[in-house]
Design a protein around this ligand. Structure first.
Ligand code: GRF
Length: 202
């Protein structure tokens, strides 16, 4: 059976593209059934449209409250009956409607090695701290900021001449291969959460 993936995005969508490319091979075991965003005019939405995938946009500013935005996102995502939801550069925290409904099947990719450097600026914070190794983390979301049970991680060296941009690009390259590999296994094998650990297999 082909697993149904729904991807939420906010930016350039290179992680989304990696998933779309992987899904082109039937043996990957998954298809992207929809792509959602919290803003218009982003390259990620263009990538989805070019792949013929349905898209939707819910902007926080268009709702009377954050809770109503969260409920609208929850309803729309649920309507596609996804097996796995991938937050691929989605720059919003999901809240009290979303988490009980879909949190356990939603993974997020973060450009740092958790539990170090949570939040919006993982590459910058790692560079400023002076670590020699950073990386990326795929985790199942919970109500914290980048704190959920970890599915996989990849290490990336920090080079002497790195800027935030060069470091983030090297991390994103590791992120894409981590994401494609781990989401493929989640799709084909299933997964379960045991405390802090995520196990592949039904
Ligand atoms: C990734 O590094 C993600 O972890 C971070 O933003 C980047 C998104 O890149 N939060 P893209 O939109 O997939 O190209």
């Amino acid at each position: 059976m082909t697993a149904r993936l729904l991807v939420l995005v906010s930016g350039s969508g290179t992680n989304l593209q990696a998933l779309l490319d992987a899904c082109a091979d039937p043996s990957y075991g998954a298809e992207v059934v929809a792509v959602g965003a919290d803003r218009d005019g982003i390259q990620a939405l263009t990538r989805a449209e070019q792949a013929g995938v349905p898209t939707f946009v819910h902007r926080v500013d268009d709702f009377p409250s954050r809770a109503e935005w969260d409920a609208a996102v929850t309803g729309e995502v649920s309507s596609y009956r996804p097996d796995v939801v991938v937050l691929a550069g989605f720059m919003k925290l999901l809240g009290s409607s979303y988490l009980p409904a879909l949190g356990a099947r939603t993974v997020n990719t973060h450009p740092a090695l958790s539990p170090s450097f949570p939040g919006m600026h993982g590459p910058r914070d790692a560079l400023e701290y002076g670590v020699r190794v950073t990386g990326c983390t795929l985790f199942v979301i919970d109500d914290g900021v980048d704190t959920g049970p970890i599915v996989d991680q990849r290490a990336v060296r920090v080079e002497d001449d790195d800027t935030v941009e060069t470091l983030h690009e090297r991390i994103k390259s590791a992120e894409r291969s981590m994401l494609v590999e781990a989401v493929g296994r989640m799709a084909r094998e299933g997964f379960r959460i045991e405390g802090r650990r995520v196990r592949f297999g039904g």
